[in-house]
Design a binder for this molecule. Structure first.
Ligand SMILES: [Zn+2]
Length: 64
């Protein structure tokens, strides 16, 4: 699979993916035991974070 990602800062196409885990999990507000890992796309040339995304977005559906 060829990535179409391109860094808007430096134009590099070397985009890596990382995971914020452990204490960097994003916790659902008001639910201390519900959290999700955060996935990041990072330019491996200049270090810019292109994208942050939670792994489990369904956990963040707001309660009405
Ligand atoms: Zn870059």
């Amino acid at each position: 699979m060829v990535s179409q990602d391109k860094c808007p800062e430096c134009g590099s196409r070397y985009i890596g993916e990382g995971v914020l885990s452990g204490y960097a999990d994003l916790t659902v507000k008001g639910k201390f035991f519900s959290s999700s890992k955060v996935l990041a796309k990072v330019c491996s040339n200049c270090g810019l974070i292109l994208e942050l995304r939670v792994a489990d977005p369904e956990k963040f559906v707001p309660n009405e």
